[in-house]
Design a protein around this ligand. Structure first.
Ligand SMILES: NC(=[NH2+])NCCC[C@H](N)C(=O)O
Length: 319
Protein backbone atom coordinates (compact mmCIF):
# COMPACT_ATOMS: atom_id res chain seq x y z
CA UNK A 1 0.00 0.00 0.00
CA UNK A 2 1.45 3.35 -0.92
CA UNK A 3 1.89 5.95 1.79
CA UNK A 4 0.61 9.50 1.70
CA UNK A 5 2.81 12.46 2.35
CA UNK A 6 1.97 14.34 5.52
CA UNK A 7 3.55 17.74 6.04
CA UNK A 8 4.41 18.50 9.63
CA UNK A 9 4.88 22.21 10.24
CA UNK A 10 6.97 22.65 13.34
CA UNK A 11 7.45 26.39 13.83
CA UNK A 12 9.91 26.17 16.70
CA UNK A 13 13.04 28.32 16.93
CA UNK A 14 14.03 28.06 20.59
CA UNK A 15 17.05 25.83 20.00
CA UNK A 16 18.83 28.50 17.97
CA UNK A 17 20.85 31.48 19.17
CA UNK A 18 19.10 33.90 16.78
CA UNK A 19 15.31 34.29 16.52
CA UNK A 20 13.32 33.83 13.36
CA UNK A 21 13.70 30.28 12.03
CA UNK A 22 10.10 29.67 13.19
CA UNK A 23 9.13 32.03 10.36
CA UNK A 24 10.99 29.82 7.89
CA UNK A 25 7.99 27.55 7.40
CA UNK A 26 5.73 30.44 6.37
CA UNK A 27 8.50 31.91 4.23
CA UNK A 28 8.68 28.61 2.32
CA UNK A 29 4.90 28.60 1.88
CA UNK A 30 4.98 32.17 0.63
CA UNK A 31 7.73 31.23 -1.82
CA UNK A 32 5.42 28.55 -3.20
CA UNK A 33 2.42 30.88 -3.38
CA UNK A 34 4.42 33.60 -5.11
CA UNK A 35 5.41 31.24 -7.85
CA UNK A 36 1.79 30.14 -8.20
CA UNK A 37 2.56 26.65 -7.04
CA UNK A 38 -0.24 25.13 -4.98
CA UNK A 39 2.12 22.67 -3.28
CA UNK A 40 0.87 23.40 0.22
CA UNK A 41 -2.70 22.83 -0.86
CA UNK A 42 -1.93 19.35 -2.14
CA UNK A 43 -1.03 17.54 1.05
CA UNK A 44 -2.50 16.96 4.43
CA UNK A 45 -0.61 18.83 7.07
CA UNK A 46 -0.33 19.22 10.78
CA UNK A 47 0.53 22.44 12.61
CA UNK A 48 2.38 21.68 15.80
CA UNK A 49 2.00 23.85 18.83
CA UNK A 50 5.25 25.40 20.02
CA UNK A 51 7.03 26.47 23.16
CA UNK A 52 8.23 29.68 21.54
CA UNK A 53 7.00 31.84 24.43
CA UNK A 54 9.90 30.35 26.43
CA UNK A 55 12.04 32.89 24.64
CA UNK A 56 10.90 35.40 27.28
CA UNK A 57 12.13 33.26 30.16
CA UNK A 58 15.40 34.32 31.62
CA UNK A 59 17.98 31.77 30.55
CA UNK A 60 19.42 30.27 33.70
CA UNK A 61 20.81 27.06 32.28
CA UNK A 62 23.24 28.49 29.81
CA UNK A 63 24.88 25.21 28.79
CA UNK A 64 21.61 24.10 27.17
CA UNK A 65 19.41 27.13 26.72
CA UNK A 66 15.65 26.62 27.23
CA UNK A 67 16.28 22.89 27.55
CA UNK A 68 12.95 22.09 29.19
CA UNK A 69 11.06 23.73 26.33
CA UNK A 70 13.26 22.15 23.67
CA UNK A 71 12.68 18.78 25.32
CA UNK A 72 8.91 19.34 25.29
CA UNK A 73 8.93 20.41 21.65
CA UNK A 74 11.00 17.38 20.62
CA UNK A 75 8.62 15.15 22.53
CA UNK A 76 5.66 16.74 20.73
CA UNK A 77 7.28 16.31 17.32
CA UNK A 78 8.27 12.74 18.15
CA UNK A 79 4.69 11.88 19.06
CA UNK A 80 3.38 13.40 15.83
CA UNK A 81 5.98 11.64 13.66
CA UNK A 82 5.37 8.27 15.34
CA UNK A 83 1.61 8.59 15.00
CA UNK A 84 1.86 9.56 11.35
CA UNK A 85 4.14 6.64 10.56
CA UNK A 86 1.76 4.28 12.35
CA UNK A 87 -1.13 5.68 10.32
CA UNK A 88 0.76 4.90 7.11
CA UNK A 89 1.86 8.45 6.35
CA UNK A 90 5.26 9.68 5.28
CA UNK A 91 6.25 12.56 7.58
CA UNK A 92 7.77 15.41 5.60
CA UNK A 93 8.83 17.70 8.41
CA UNK A 94 9.51 21.42 8.05
CA UNK A 95 11.01 22.73 11.24
CA UNK A 96 12.54 25.93 12.50
CA UNK A 97 15.83 25.24 14.21
CA UNK A 98 17.73 21.97 13.95
CA UNK A 99 17.18 20.79 17.55
CA UNK A 100 13.89 19.40 16.20
CA UNK A 101 15.75 16.66 14.35
CA UNK A 102 15.95 14.82 17.66
CA UNK A 103 12.15 14.83 17.78
CA UNK A 104 11.83 13.40 14.29
CA UNK A 105 14.48 10.73 14.86
CA UNK A 106 12.84 9.77 18.15
CA UNK A 107 9.44 9.52 16.49
CA UNK A 108 10.76 7.24 13.75
CA UNK A 109 12.29 4.98 16.40
CA UNK A 110 9.16 5.05 18.54
CA UNK A 111 7.18 3.78 15.55
CA UNK A 112 9.78 1.12 14.70
CA UNK A 113 11.79 0.36 17.84
CA UNK A 114 13.28 -2.83 16.42
CA UNK A 115 14.31 -1.46 13.08
CA UNK A 116 17.78 -0.10 12.49
CA UNK A 117 17.92 3.56 11.51
CA UNK A 118 20.53 5.30 9.38
CA UNK A 119 20.89 9.09 9.51
CA UNK A 120 22.09 11.27 6.65
CA UNK A 121 22.89 14.71 8.03
CA UNK A 122 23.26 17.37 5.32
CA UNK A 123 24.60 20.41 7.12
CA UNK A 124 27.51 22.84 7.47
CA UNK A 125 27.59 21.89 11.16
CA UNK A 126 28.07 18.59 12.93
CA UNK A 127 25.51 19.34 15.68
CA UNK A 128 27.15 16.74 17.87
CA UNK A 129 27.82 18.89 20.94
CA UNK A 130 26.34 18.06 24.30
CA UNK A 131 25.75 20.57 27.11
CA UNK A 132 29.09 19.31 28.45
CA UNK A 133 31.02 20.48 25.37
CA UNK A 134 28.93 23.24 23.77
CA UNK A 135 30.57 26.65 23.48
CA UNK A 136 27.21 28.37 22.86
CA UNK A 137 24.62 26.44 24.86
CA UNK A 138 22.40 26.49 21.77
CA UNK A 139 20.65 23.15 21.52
CA UNK A 140 20.43 23.26 17.72
CA UNK A 141 24.12 22.33 17.93
CA UNK A 142 23.30 19.17 19.92
CA UNK A 143 20.59 16.96 18.37
CA UNK A 144 22.92 14.26 17.06
CA UNK A 145 24.63 13.83 20.42
CA UNK A 146 21.21 13.30 22.00
CA UNK A 147 20.20 10.83 19.28
CA UNK A 148 23.45 8.92 19.79
CA UNK A 149 23.06 9.29 23.58
CA UNK A 150 26.73 10.21 23.74
CA UNK A 151 27.80 13.22 25.81
CA UNK A 152 31.45 13.17 24.69
CA UNK A 153 32.66 13.56 28.26
CA UNK A 154 36.28 13.13 27.11
CA UNK A 155 36.01 16.70 25.87
CA UNK A 156 34.01 18.15 28.73
CA UNK A 157 34.40 21.89 29.33
CA UNK A 158 31.10 22.69 31.12
CA UNK A 159 29.80 21.60 34.52
CA UNK A 160 26.23 20.48 33.88
CA UNK A 161 23.86 20.20 36.84
CA UNK A 162 20.28 20.52 38.02
CA UNK A 163 17.51 21.00 35.46
CA UNK A 164 19.93 21.19 32.57
CA UNK A 165 21.20 17.72 33.38
CA UNK A 166 17.70 16.44 34.07
CA UNK A 167 16.13 17.63 30.82
CA UNK A 168 19.16 16.78 28.71
CA UNK A 169 18.94 13.21 30.02
CA UNK A 170 15.22 13.26 29.27
CA UNK A 171 16.01 14.34 25.72
CA UNK A 172 18.08 11.19 25.25
CA UNK A 173 15.06 9.09 26.20
CA UNK A 174 12.39 10.55 23.91
CA UNK A 175 10.57 7.96 21.80
CA UNK A 176 12.65 5.05 23.02
CA UNK A 177 15.16 4.96 25.85
CA UNK A 178 18.75 5.72 24.98
CA UNK A 179 20.52 5.72 21.62
CA UNK A 180 18.27 5.82 18.58
CA UNK A 181 21.06 5.40 16.09
CA UNK A 182 24.55 3.89 16.07
CA UNK A 183 27.48 6.12 15.16
CA UNK A 184 28.37 3.75 12.33
CA UNK A 185 24.96 4.44 10.81
CA UNK A 186 25.43 8.23 10.64
CA UNK A 187 26.96 10.11 7.71
CA UNK A 188 27.45 13.78 7.12
CA UNK A 189 27.30 15.75 3.90
CA UNK A 190 28.89 19.19 3.74
CA UNK A 191 30.04 19.65 7.33
CA UNK A 192 32.67 22.41 7.35
CA UNK A 193 32.22 24.49 10.50
CA UNK A 194 32.92 22.58 13.71
CA UNK A 195 34.57 23.07 17.09
CA UNK A 196 37.34 20.94 18.54
CA UNK A 197 35.19 18.73 20.80
CA UNK A 198 33.10 17.88 17.74
CA UNK A 199 36.16 17.09 15.61
CA UNK A 200 37.46 14.76 18.30
CA UNK A 201 34.10 13.06 18.68
CA UNK A 202 33.67 12.59 14.93
CA UNK A 203 37.15 11.08 14.70
CA UNK A 204 36.59 8.84 17.71
CA UNK A 205 33.24 7.58 16.47
CA UNK A 206 34.52 7.30 12.90
CA UNK A 207 31.65 9.24 11.36
CA UNK A 208 32.18 9.81 7.65
CA UNK A 209 31.81 13.36 6.35
CA UNK A 210 31.33 13.76 2.60
CA UNK A 211 32.82 17.20 2.18
CA UNK A 212 31.70 19.44 -0.66
CA UNK A 213 34.96 19.09 -2.59
CA UNK A 214 34.99 15.33 -2.14
CA UNK A 215 31.46 15.01 -3.52
CA UNK A 216 32.47 17.12 -6.53
CA UNK A 217 35.78 15.36 -7.08
CA UNK A 218 34.64 11.75 -6.65
CA UNK A 219 31.18 12.27 -8.06
CA UNK A 220 27.95 12.67 -6.19
CA UNK A 221 26.43 9.42 -7.37
CA UNK A 222 29.48 7.44 -6.27
CA UNK A 223 29.37 9.03 -2.83
CA UNK A 224 25.66 8.42 -2.31
CA UNK A 225 26.05 4.83 -3.51
CA UNK A 226 28.76 4.40 -0.92
CA UNK A 227 26.40 5.72 1.76
CA UNK A 228 23.69 3.28 0.70
CA UNK A 229 26.28 0.51 0.81
CA UNK A 230 27.38 1.37 4.35
CA UNK A 231 23.73 1.60 5.35
CA UNK A 232 22.83 -1.74 3.79
CA UNK A 233 22.11 -3.10 7.27
CA UNK A 234 19.79 -0.23 8.10
CA UNK A 235 16.08 -0.82 7.57
CA UNK A 236 15.25 2.85 7.30
CA UNK A 237 16.95 6.17 6.67
CA UNK A 238 16.24 9.66 7.96
CA UNK A 239 17.45 12.67 5.98
CA UNK A 240 18.08 15.92 7.84
CA UNK A 241 18.54 18.86 5.48
CA UNK A 242 19.82 22.03 7.10
CA UNK A 243 19.77 24.82 4.52
CA UNK A 244 23.12 26.09 5.79
CA UNK A 245 24.68 23.09 4.04
CA UNK A 246 24.27 25.30 0.97
CA UNK A 247 26.79 27.98 0.09
CA UNK A 248 25.70 31.24 1.76
CA UNK A 249 27.51 33.40 -0.80
CA UNK A 250 25.98 31.59 -3.72
CA UNK A 251 22.49 31.09 -2.29
CA UNK A 252 21.60 33.23 0.72
CA UNK A 253 22.46 34.31 4.26
CA UNK A 254 18.89 33.61 5.36
CA UNK A 255 19.85 31.10 8.07
CA UNK A 256 21.10 31.42 11.66
CA UNK A 257 24.64 30.22 11.12
CA UNK A 258 25.57 30.73 7.44
CA UNK A 259 28.80 29.21 6.11
CA UNK A 260 30.47 29.75 2.71
CA UNK A 261 31.70 27.08 0.32
CA UNK A 262 28.71 24.79 0.52
CA UNK A 263 26.59 22.86 -1.93
CA UNK A 264 24.20 24.36 -4.43
CA UNK A 265 20.55 23.36 -4.45
CA UNK A 266 20.96 21.03 -7.44
CA UNK A 267 23.50 18.97 -5.53
CA UNK A 268 21.19 18.80 -2.52
CA UNK A 269 18.31 17.64 -4.72
CA UNK A 270 20.51 15.00 -6.34
CA UNK A 271 21.72 13.67 -2.97
CA UNK A 272 18.24 13.48 -1.48
CA UNK A 273 16.62 12.01 -4.59
CA UNK A 274 19.21 9.28 -4.92
CA UNK A 275 18.68 8.36 -1.27
CA UNK A 276 14.91 8.36 -1.79
CA UNK A 277 15.30 5.96 -4.70
CA UNK A 278 16.54 3.34 -2.21
CA UNK A 279 12.95 3.29 -0.85
CA UNK A 280 14.37 3.14 2.66
CA UNK A 281 13.78 6.74 3.61
CA UNK A 282 11.33 7.03 6.52
CA UNK A 283 11.27 10.81 6.83
CA UNK A 284 12.88 13.95 5.44
CA UNK A 285 13.24 17.16 7.43
CA UNK A 286 14.01 20.72 6.29
CA UNK A 287 15.40 23.15 8.88
CA UNK A 288 16.96 26.54 9.62
CA UNK A 289 15.42 28.84 7.01
CA UNK A 290 15.44 32.27 8.69
CA UNK A 291 13.82 34.92 6.49
CA UNK A 292 14.67 37.71 8.94
CA UNK A 293 18.34 37.28 8.11
CA UNK A 294 17.91 37.12 4.34
CA UNK A 295 19.17 40.19 2.53
CA UNK A 296 18.20 38.80 -0.87
CA UNK A 297 14.47 39.11 -0.24
CA UNK A 298 13.09 35.62 0.38
CA UNK A 299 15.87 33.78 -1.47
CA UNK A 300 16.66 31.10 1.11
CA UNK A 301 13.01 30.08 1.43
CA UNK A 302 12.61 30.13 -2.35
CA UNK A 303 15.61 27.85 -2.70
CA UNK A 304 14.39 25.57 0.08
CA UNK A 305 11.07 25.36 -1.73
CA UNK A 306 12.83 24.49 -4.98
CA UNK A 307 14.43 21.57 -3.14
CA UNK A 308 11.18 20.62 -1.41
CA UNK A 309 9.23 20.59 -4.66
CA UNK A 310 11.88 18.55 -6.49
CA UNK A 311 12.29 15.93 -3.78
CA UNK A 312 8.53 15.64 -3.32
CA UNK A 313 8.21 14.70 -7.01
CA UNK A 314 10.71 11.91 -6.42
CA UNK A 315 8.98 10.95 -3.18
CA UNK A 316 5.68 10.51 -5.00
CA UNK A 317 7.45 8.09 -7.38
CA UNK A 318 8.82 5.91 -4.61
CA UNK A 319 6.06 5.88 -2.01
N1 LIG B 1 21.91 23.69 13.54
C1 LIG B 1 22.81 24.65 13.52
N2 LIG B 1 22.68 25.70 12.76
N3 LIG B 1 23.87 24.49 14.33
C2 LIG B 1 24.90 25.45 14.49
C3 LIG B 1 25.80 25.09 15.63
C4 LIG B 1 26.93 26.07 15.77
C5 LIG B 1 27.93 25.74 16.87
N4 LIG B 1 28.60 24.52 16.61
C6 LIG B 1 27.22 25.70 18.23
O1 LIG B 1 27.24 24.72 18.88
O2 LIG B 1 26.66 26.67 18.65
Amino acid sequence: MSKSIKIIKNRSDIGAGTRGSDLGIDAIEIAAINEKNDYFNQFDFEDLETENESIYNKVTNSFAKRVKSVYEQCERLSTSVARNINEGNFPLVISGDHSSALGTISGIKAAHPNKRLGVVWIDAHADIHSPYTSPSGNIHGMPLAAALADDNLDCQINEVTGDTEKYWNAMKNIGVDGAKVLAQDVVYFGVRDTEEPEDKQIAKLGIKNYMVHEVRYRGLETCVNEVLDTMSNCDMIYISFDVDSMDCDLISYGTGTPVPKGFDQHEIIAIINQLLASKKVASVEFVEVNPLLDFKGNKMAETAFEVLDAVTKQLKEVL
